[in-house]
Design a protein around this ligand. Structure first.
Ligand code: PMP
Length: 360
């Protein structure tokens, strides 16, 4: 077997141990003579898996019973639309912080449903920096405040939740969830597509303070209503059972690594290693303001952009894959989520040094 070192932004690398467990389970799961994909979501055995995954997530993230945890479909993108539909009434305003592509997309979708107040916009820095908190123009009566703690494309991460008073804070954590400790009690809602730090695509986590579940207008169909999903144990209809099961294996893997505190230590070390190598060189550069550099997605450029494709070809040949920057940015991007071991980042840094020596 040969596994590459996969820097994909998502769907992203999964821990090998998890894949091997899934392979071992595949044909005859728990002695059932079936795979987990072939059993009813309402069977006792699957419900136990679903409940255990939720309990493990609650323990990892220290989520209190004041919050509902939902295992949904539709991706983070569906939540861009469902959040304004559920959490705000006609006439209400939603505060949005713009720090890059994903928070802009979320604001644009919210703007179709309600009026949006742009509290601050990083456009002036081309989204390489976040406007200082004292320049934000927040609406104290906003239904909620939306932001993306980690911009997957631009590699801009807000390392601590912003202070927004009594307005519920809603965070798209798609590319940062489970990467470090977070105080869930500071949030009204947290959501994340699974395909980076949670498991396979097709599953979306939504963690929502229970009082906010009550806000949905009466004319919202059940399938679009968070409260129905929460009340129905995320089994209003058939959930993505395999992805839910696999997420459960990932939660157990994170616990075995020492939990989220340990992940945070490891992720910071990995990020420091890569940014350190970039900063120490005159050949590579990262455009993001230091205070907002992402621990998860590290975009970088070469001093000689005409060598971009050669860099990627040689990287591929060395087993370092999916380093191409997002099509909207160009250059490179190394996504170093939880499942990327420090040895993987070290291999990239060594490759970068060698490429620089040969080409600078
Ligand atoms: N938000 C962020 C921060 C993302 O990185 C992504 C996907 N890369 C999305 C939203 C969209 O997620 P999905 O494809 O699950 O709808």
């Amino acid at each position: 077997m040969s596994r590459v070192i996969n820097f994909s932004a998502g769907p992203a690398a999964l821990p090998l141990e998890v894949l091997e467990q899934a392979r071992a389970d595949m044909p005859d799961w728990q002695g059932s003579g079936m795979s987990v994909m072939e059993v009813s979501h309402r069977s006792k055995a699957f419900v136990a898996v679903a409940e255990e995954a939720e309990a493990d997530l609650r323990e990892l993230m220290n989520i209190s019973d004041d919050y509902a945890v939902m295992f949904l479909q539709g991706g983070a993108t569906l939540q861009f639309a469902l959040l304004p539909m559920n959490l705000s009434a006609p006439g209400a305003t939603i505060d949005c912080l713009l720090t890059g592509s994903w928070s802009k997309k979320a604001a644009s979708e919210a703007g179709i449903v309600r009026s949006v107040n742009i509290a601050a916009d990083g456009a002036a820095s081309n989204y390489t920096d976040v406007p200082a908190r004292d320049t934000w123009n927040c609406d104290p009566n906003a239904a909620y405040f939306h932001y993306a703690p980690n911009e997957t494309i631009g590699g801009v991460e807000i390392h601590a939740p912003p202070e927004v008073g009594d307005v519920p804070l809603v965070a798209d954590m798609s590319s940062t969830i489970l990467s470090r400790p977070v105080d869930v009690s500071k949030f009204g809602a947290i959501y994340a597509g699974a395909q980076k730090n949670i498991g396979p695509a097709g599953l979306t986590l939504v963690i929502m303070r229970r009082d906010l579940l009550e806000r949905a207008p009466a004319d919202l169909p059940k399938i679009m209503r968070y409260k129905s999903h929460a009340d129905g144990g995320s089994m209003l209809n058939t959930p993505p059972t395999f992805a839910w099961y696999l997420a459960g294996l990932v939660f157990k893997w994170i616990a075995r690594q020492g939990g989220i505190d340990a992940m945070g230590v490891q992720n910071q070390r990995k990020a420091d290693l890569l940014y350190g190598a970039i900063d120490a060189s005159n050949f590579y550069a990262n455009p993001v303001a230091r205070a907002y550099r992402s621990w998860m997605n590290v975009p970088f450029t070469l001093a000689r952009p005409e060598l971009d494709s050669e860099f990627r070809a040689q990287a591929e040949a060395s087993g370092l894959t999916n380093l191409k920057g997002h099509r909207s940015v160009g250059g490179m991007r190394a996504s170093i989520y939880n499942a990327m071991p420090e040895t993987g980042v070290r291999a990239l840094v060594d490759f970068m040094a060698e490429f620089e020596t040969n080409n600078a």
